[in-house]
Design a protein around this ligand. Structure first.
Ligand code: DON
Length: 335
């Protein structure tokens, strides 16, 4: 029954008249929507590459790619799909997922915080303004503290756990983009100050230098847009990987990760995003964004030019267009 309803929804969403069989998507329709999104925004040159990490300023601003992975494991792509870019803050979602699986949802709420700060991703003021020094795992402060919660006695052990975890989501080997990693490591004073500040308030749970370095490495992991959509598809599928069939997260933890993405995934413009698009999402200053339609599909888009909040301009527009065409909005009434 659930399967039939689900198929019906997909058919309605993409306007298909195909049979309700094992492949409920009308692939041609989905590909058409992706092509339209790409064509509509490919000439949009608004925004600018991040430049506070020098290596990001050098990335080709023209790159633009979109990928969708459904909960059935179907993959649809468009644009510069083989371009590898740094995952940046999108990594925060997956490290949060690992910390939640290891320590439980309450530990994240109590030791990090889960309310939106409403302030920029690297805000020091956000820590100072909150009496409990609570932030959330998707801003730099909370993300570094989340890394400090991950189990592992030695730095290398911890890094192995995080990178292996990402690879389970991506279903492929991933590596660090060394140029980005060294560029970010050499311009990391602001993050170091944030981590030290949290530590001084008893809200950082390990050695600052070690955990800052692991955080920087995780942000420098290279992904293609397709790999990113593949990673995000686990969140669309309630914690079970649509391709490997492996359960990576509990369904309860997926709900909580999606809640934080909804309130804080696009930083101070998260409210506006929820208001207009209505999908849990997460951006990175490398130009990637993931968005999740629970029970249906994940979208990833990549384009390096960012708006003032650090969110890719074309990726936001492309995802917004696809979500609209698919009538995908978590706040919509579902029969
Ligand atoms: O720590 C930083 O500033 C970067 N490694 C990540 C920031 C980021 O991606 C914010 N996202 N939009």
């Amino acid at each position: 029954m659930k399967k039939i309803l689900y198929s019906l929804l997909l058919v309605l969403a993409f306007g298909s008249s195909t049979q309700l069989d094992a492949r409920p998507y009308d692939a041609a329709k989905v590909e058409q929507v992706l092509a339209q999104a790409h064509a509509l925004y490919k000439d949009d040159k608004s925004g600018a590459n991040a430049d506070y990490i020098p290596a990001l300023a050098k990335v080709d601003s023209e790159r633009f790619a979109i990928a969708v992975v459904t909960v059935n494991g179907e993959v649809f792509t468009r644009g510069d799909i083989n371009t590898r870019f740094s995952i940046q803050s999108i990594s925060k979602v997956f490290t949060l997922a690992l910390a939640m699986e290891q320590k439980g949802a309450e530990a994240i709420r109590d030791k990090i915080g889960v309310n939106a700060t409403g302030l920029p991703f690297n805000s020091v003021a956000a820590i100072e303004l909150n009496e409990a020094r609570a932030v959330n795992p998707l801003v730099n402060a909370g993300a570094m503290a989340t890394v400090s919660l991950i189990g592992g006695d030695k730095a290398e052990q911890k890094w192995q756990a995080i990178s292996a975890w990402y690879e389970q989501f991506a279903t492929t080997k991933l590596g660090v983009l060394e140029e980005v990693y060294s560029s970010e490591s050499n311009s990391n004073g602001h993050n170091l100050a944030i981590a030290e500040l949290l530590k001084s308030y008893g809200r950082f749970y390990g050695d600052v230098d070690i955990n800052l370095d692991i955080y920087t490495r995780q942000c420098s992991v290279g992904v293609t847009t397709k790999e990113l959509a593949m990673m995000a598809s686990v969140l669309a599928n309630g914690g079970t990987h649509p391709i490997s069939g492996e359960r990576l997260m509990s369904a309860d933890n997926v709900e909580r990760v999606l809640a934080v993405m909804t309130t804080a995934g696009l930083y101070e413009t998260s409210g506006q995003w929820a208001y207009t698009v209505g999908l849990p999402a997460k951006s990175g200053v490398g130009g990637g964004i993931i968005a999740i339609m629970p029970g249906k599909f994940a979208i990833a888009a990549f384009s390096p030019r960012l708006d003032g909040a650090g969110n890719s301009v074309r990726a936001q527009k492309a995802i917004g267009y696809i979500a609209d065409k698919a009538k995908a909005n978590i706040f919509s009434h579902q029969d």
